[in-house]
Ligand binder design. Structure first.
Ligand SMILES: [Zn+2]
Length: 92
């Protein structure tokens, strides 16, 4: 089995989505209870094509959401007693 790198997968997924959109253009609700391909609604081909398109859209969304974040310095330590005094010191 061949493994795709990120660029190859993006290209593959884009192509799959494009092909699904082309397929869906041939499966529109027609008049009455039938798809434009002649099958009864809901059209099983359209439903399967939508599922494939959504699958690749979700995969691409996950890839786009993966961003390398900068490493941040840990927060300065605050002693609990001084924080308590700062927050509630004026109540007395
Ligand atoms: Zn159809």
């Amino acid at each position: 089995m061949r493994t795709l790198n990120l660029v190859q997968f993006r290209k593959f997924a884009d192509r799959q989505i494009e092909m699904a959109n082309r397929m869906l253009a041939m499966h529109r609700p027609g008049s009455g209870y039938f798809c434009s391909c002649g099958k009864e609604l809901p059209c099983s081909v359209a439903a399967h094509t939508i599922a494939i398109r959504d699958h690749f859209k979700r995969k691409l969304a996950l890839l786009e959401a993966t961003v390398v974040l900068p490493v941040l310095a840990p927060p300065a330590k605050v002693r609990p007693a001084s924080l308590w005094r700062r927050l509630f010191g004026g109540w007395r």
